[in-house]
Design a protein around this ligand. Sequence first.
Ligand code: CA
Length: 228
Amino acid sequence: MLRILVVEDEDAIREMIGYALKKADFLVEEAADAQQALLAVAASLPDLMLLDWMLPGMSGVELARRFRREEYSAGVPIILLTARTGEDDRVHGLEIGADDYITKPFSPRELVARIHAVLRRGQGGKPDQPLSCDGLTLDPVGHRVEIDGKSLNLAPMEFRLLQFLMGNPDRVYSREQLLDHVWGRGVYVEERTVDVHIRRLRKALTERGYDRFIQTVRGAGYRFSVRT
Ligand code: CA
């Protein structure tokens, strides 16, 4: 069973969420503030965290940043709960490393659907699982990419880029986010480096016509999608 940490200071909402998640077969751990959340995570790493934006003391956003900074907790998917609907907040929420956000009020069913989506996207701690999409497969363990059973040679950075994008389909990543996720935080590389590797990756996939999966989203970044 997957364990979810719910960090919310309002008792009624926390209980409602806890109830909905238990009904959906998740193990639920509750925390009423950042301090409790930090203790809970230090004791045992959850499979996903729901963080309320507005918490007393340290906010959910600060808390998310903190979890992301620590190597120990950096890989745990985070969904922010927010009452704010502004576009700035939304972008801000995703830039701090939240995997998704959900605006209050929300239905339990919507919440559970979003959790499943995020867990699928992040593969819930199964980074070794082969990724497969319309004849294109990537095996992280064997470090192999195949198209219709024929292997394709990719340079290491193109491989990692493809692995990250395939593992998080239909989601747009800015160059900065790709640098964080693929090159690693704290590595100083110019943003246009991303474009160079995207170009090489597309070129490698062009021969077989799969470059169409690597899509440019004007003004936003790149995404992997089978839809055009
Ligand atoms: Ca709150």
